[in-house]
Ligand binder design. Structure first.
Ligand code: HEC
Ligand code: HEC
Length: 146
């Protein structure tokens, strides 16, 4: 009995130290994130060193694509070009980063949009994974808004 309890405690400590399976969701004006522009999921995945396993994450820039753009809104639509319904909404933080550990039901694909203070842009093709900076800033334009 005692042995079992010790074993459970040690297992728990072990899982806490290397699991990093915690809730971590961006909010407007929050300053906790880092590594703007990088693919967050090179670390924030199962087995990675990042805090929280992100299902969607990335960075928003301003129109010159040099500085980040704070406090925008990311939405995931069920239809292309702002059609269908909004399935998830993620607030961009003060550093221009957005991230979430929520379970996202991508299904056959969701269509992201970004909304700033005066405009909204829609991605026209569907996504089944949320590693936005794997493409944006890499194989295609940075995500940007005004
Ligand atoms: C090279 C690996 C790596 C990359 C890339 C990375 N992170 Fe992290 N992240 C970490 C590590 C390690 C921690 C825990 C230690 C710390 O807070 O620095 C962490 C912690 C965090 C935290 C929690 C800080 C806190 O105080 O609670 C947030 C939020 C975060 N990362 C967001 C992001 C976002 C958003 C991106 C992509 C734009 C990103 N990270 C890219 C490694 C990374
Ligand atoms: C597999 C690569 C890839 C991933 C991952 C990706 N995008 Fe895109 N994105 C593109 C490409 C290519 C375009 C341009 C063609 C289009 O709209 O489909 C684009 C266009 C966009 C646009 C419209 C830009 C404009 O100028 O009109 C927005 C906004 C956008 N993506 C946001 C996101 C967000 C937010 C994520 C993560 C949830 C994301 N993208 C993930 C490749 C990607």
């Amino acid at each position: 009995m005692k042995k079992n309890i010790y074993f459970s405690i040690i297992t728990l400590l072990f899982l806490q130290s290397c699991g990093k399976n915690v809730t971590n969701i961006s909010k407007h004006n929050s300053n906790e994130s880092h590594n703007e522009g990088q693919n967050c999921m090179s670390c924030h995945v199962k087995g990675g060193e990042g805090e929280g396993r992100f299902t969607v994450a990335g960075t928003v820039y301003d129109s010159l694509k040099v500085n980040t753009y704070p406090n925008a809104i990311i939405e995931l639509y069920t239809g292309t070009n702002g059609t269908g319904t909004v399935q998830n909404t993620i607030e961009v933080d003060a550093k221009g980063n957005f991230y979430t550990t929520e379970n996202i039901k991508f299904g056959n694909g969701l269509y992201p949009s970004v909304t700033g203070s005066t405009s909204s842009f829609h991605m026209l093709s569907p996504l089944t994974s949320g590693q936005c900076n794997n493409c944006h800033g890499n194989t295609t334009n940075k995500i940007w808004i005004k």
